[in-house]
Design a protein around this ligand. Structure first.
Ligand SMILES: Nc1ncnc2c1ncn2[C@@H]1O[C@H](COP(=O)(O)OP(=O)(O)OP(=O)(O)O)[C@@H](O)[C@H]1O
Ligand SMILES: [Mg+2]
Length: 254
C-alpha cells in the first residue's frame, strides 16, 4: 500500500498556447511538509488548483491517498481530505470570527448537516469545538469581530482554522505570509509549524526562510516544470536554483 498523501503523474495543463504546469510528478508522503518555490508565473498556484480540483488537467493524473481523483470536482476532493487556503484571503466578511469557525465546524459534521432547522449555536458539541479552536489559535479575544477588523496575520490563521476544521488530512497553503508584517509572519510560521504532525502540508512560499523552516523537502518549479526536489540543505546550494532566482532578478529589473 502507498503512504503517499498526494501523487501527481505527468500532470499537465495548457491555457491556450501556454503550458502552465508541464509534466509534474509530485510525490508527497503522508505527514510530510513540502514547500514549493519558484519565480512568479512558475505554475505553483495552478498546481494547487489541479490538486484541489479548481482546474482540470489537459493530461496526467492526481491521486489523494492512493485514490485517483482526477475526474472529481472540488467538493469530492474536500471529502477525500484535501483543504486549501488561497493566495488572496477568502473569509466570510459579514460574519464574526466565531460564526466563520462555527460554520466550518458544523459543515464538517454530518449530523449537523442533516438537521439544518436547528440553530447551530444550539449544538453543545459544536460550541465546545468552536471555543477550543478559538482558544487554541489565540483568536478568543477577537471572536466577535468581523474578519476585516483582524490583522492580516490573524486572518491567515483564521483561514487555516477554517480549512482544517473538518477531517482534512492534506493542507495546501498558498503564500500564507504574503502581505503579513514581519513580526506577525513569525507568529504565523509558528502556528503552521504547530499544526498536527499527521497533517500533510504543501506550502507555496516566496519567503525562502519560511520555506526552509517549515518544509522537510522543497520542490523548485520553473516554467511549469519541476526543476528539482530535495531537502532544504541540498536546495540551498543547488546551482540551478540559484540561477532560476537570479534569472528572476534580472527580468524583474528589466
Ligand atoms: N485560468 C488561467 N487561464 C489562463 N492562464 C492562466 C490561468 N491560471 C494561470 N494562468 C497562467 O499560468 C501561469 C502560471 O500561473 P500561476 O498563477 O500558477 O503561477 P505562480 O507560480 O503561482 O505565480 P505567483 O508566484 O506570481 O503566484 C501564468 O503565466 C499565468 O498567467
Ligand atoms: Mg501563485
Amino acid at each position: 500500500m502507498t503512504d503517499l498523501a498526494v501523487e501527481t503523474d505527468a500532470l499537465t495543463v495548457r491555457f491556450g498556447g501556454l503550458t502552465a504546469v508541464d509534466g509534474v510528478d509530485l510525490r508527497v508522503a503522508t505527514g510530510h511538509r513540502r514547500a514549493i518555490i519558484g519565480p512568479n508565473g512558475a505554475g505553483k498556484t495552478t498546481l494547487f488548483n489541479l490538486i484541489a480540483g479548481q482546474v482540470r488537467p489537459t493530461s496526467g493524473t492526481v491521486k489523494l491517498h492512493g485514490r485517483d481523483v482526477t475526474g472529481l470536482p472540488v467538493q469530492a476532493r474536500t471529502r477525500a481530505g484535501v483543504a486549501r487556503t488561497f493566495q488572496i484571503t477568502n473569509l466570510f466578511d459579514e460574519l464574526t470570527v466565531t460564526d466563520n469557525v462555527r460554520l466550518a465546524v458544523a459543515g464538517a459534521d454530518p449530523k449537523v448537516r442533516r438537521t439544518f432547522w436547528r440553530p447551530l449555536h444550539r449544538f453543545p458539541h459544536i460550541e465546545a469545538r468552536v471555543d477550543d479552536l478559538l482558544e487554541q489559535w489565540d483568536l478568543a479575544a477577537v471572536r466577535d469581530e468581523r474578519p476585516i477588523a483582524l490583522s492580516y496575520g490573524q486572518q491567515r490563521i483564521l483561514e487555516i482554522v477554517l480549512a482544517t476544521a473538518g477531517q482534512q488530512r492534506v493542507l495546501l497553503l498558498d503564500e500564507p505570509t504574503a502581505g503579513v508584517s514581519k513580526s506577525e509572519a513569525e507568529n504565523l510560521v509558528d502556528t503552521i509549524d504547530a499544526l498536527p504532525r499527521d497533517l500533510t502540508i504543501i506550502l507555496v512560499e516566496h519567503d525562502m526562510d519560511v520555506a526552509f523552516r517549515i518544509a522537510d523537502e522543497i520542490t523548485v518549479m520553473v516554467n511549469g516544470e519541476e526543476l528539482v526536489t530535495g531537502p532544504p540543505d541540498t536546495i540551498r546550494g543547488d546551482e540551478r536554483v540559484v540561477e532560476a532566482y537570479l534569472g528572476r532578478d534580472e527580468s524583474d529589473a528589466a
